[in-house]
Design a protein around this ligand. Structure first.
Ligand code: ADP
Ligand code: MG
Length: 339
């Protein structure tokens, strides 16, 4: 047997990247989440060739102080939590301190940033995990992260990617989900010069739904809201006559984080009862808020899966609130609606 030795930082980061950075859409998710955590009001995502040639995320958030920039690329270095107590009440989207070092281990990354206190901006460039440039630069307020040559040094990962069109649609999904979870931020996504997503950032969730689907679909959705001892739920859903054959148009948010949770989406569908045909699913967004102490977001590197306490209370609440809301809708005779 070989002797035990510590892995180099680059190798350790590449191993972490294997979990966190699966594809271009993962890069977009991590960078936009960082922008949101930095209080950006406007976040613009610019792509070339489905993100394979370029992913650029421009934000007008807090920026990073010059002397902190190298730390942002160190694994497990984060400004978002300090102690184990913070881990149980995370309100930011990030906290693992893994995204930037992971991305920088499998791509060329340039970060430009300026805080409002700083006179100058700062540019920092990392290639293959090595810093190749760091200098003061004129800079706008906020942060721009540009990612080029993604997976150039991990050929297996590059080969496993789907067609650019498929990778692009996964990126659109990521941006749509972030837009639904953060209607108060203006998000845009541009691909090869064409705008694919654009939200106003005025906090109006129905307007975000109109931007993602179409105005008519969004206008016809019913809004619902309710609460129980531990949970507050609200959102917009289509009526049973407007459904899709996949549950992927039904976004579930927990404390403003998009998650995949079968029990929760089943509870929503159960609220429709027999009004929904088997294999059909509503379109819309369901937002769940609860004390962060009752949710463990640290079960999955990409944080797409979570563990909830009191899950039965939540699923009962969702089914009940949605069933009651749909029953109300049925009480209004068509003749009155058309008046
Ligand atoms: P995490 O988000 O889990 O803290 P990251 O590797 O994504 O880890 O980022 C490391 C740190 O770099 C963050 O904690 C934050 O302080 C800083 N940072 C990253 N992106 C931005 C950004 N767009 N604006 C301001 N600060 C940022
Ligand atoms: Mg992050």
């Amino acid at each position: 047997m070989a002797k035990i030795h510590e892995l180099s930082d680059l190798l350790a980061n590449q191993i972490a990247a294997g979990e966190v950075i699966e594809r271009p859409a993962s890069v977009v998710k991590e960078l936009v989440e960082n922008a949101i955590d930095a209080n950006a009001q406007q976040v613009d995502v610019v792509l070339d060739n489905a993100g394979l040639d370029l992913i650029k995320v421009i934000d007008n958030g807090d920026g990073i102080e010059e002397d902190q920039v190298p730390l942002a690329f160190v694994r497990h270095a984060t400004s978002k939590i300090e102690n184990r107590h913070d881990l149980f009440k995370v309100m930011t989207l990030g906290f693992r301190g893994e995204a930037l070092p992971s991305i920088a281990s499998v791509a060329d990354v340039t970060l430009q940033t300026r805080t409002k206190e700083a006179e100058n901006g700062f540019t920092y460039q990392v290639k293959g995990g090595q810093v190749i440039q760091q200098n003061p630069a004129a800079g706008r307020l906020g942060t721009i992260v540009s990612v080029r040559n993604l997976f150039y040094n991990t050929p297996a990962r590059l080969k496993y990617l789907k067609k650019p069109q498929t990778e692009l649609s996964l990126i659109v999904d990521v941006v749509n989900h972030l837009a639904l979870a953060h209607p108060e931020r203006a998000l845009t996504l541009t691909h090869n010069g064409k705008t694919l997503v654009k939200t106003a950032g005025n906090g109006d969730l129905r307007q975000v739904l109109a931007a993602i689907y179409d105005r008519k679909t969004a206008e016809k959705m019913v809004d619902f809201a309710g609460q129980s001892e531990h949970f507050k739920v609200s959102g917009y859903l289509t009526l049973p006559e407007q459904t899709r054959a996949s549950r992927s148009y039904l976004a579930v948010l927990v404390n403003h984080r998009f998650v995949k949770n079968f029990s929760v989406s089943n509870a929503i569908i159960k609220g429709y009862g027999s009004k929904l045909m088997v294999g059909r699913f509503p379109i819309g967004v369901v937002s769940i808020e609860l004390d962060p102490l009752l949710v463990d977001v640290n079960v999955h590197p990409q944080k797409a899966e979570i563990r909830l306490s009191e899950q039965g209370e939540l699923t009962d609440l969702l089914t009940k609130v949605i069933a009651e809301r749909l029953a109300e809708e049925n009480l209004i005779p068509d003749a009155l609606v058309n008046l």
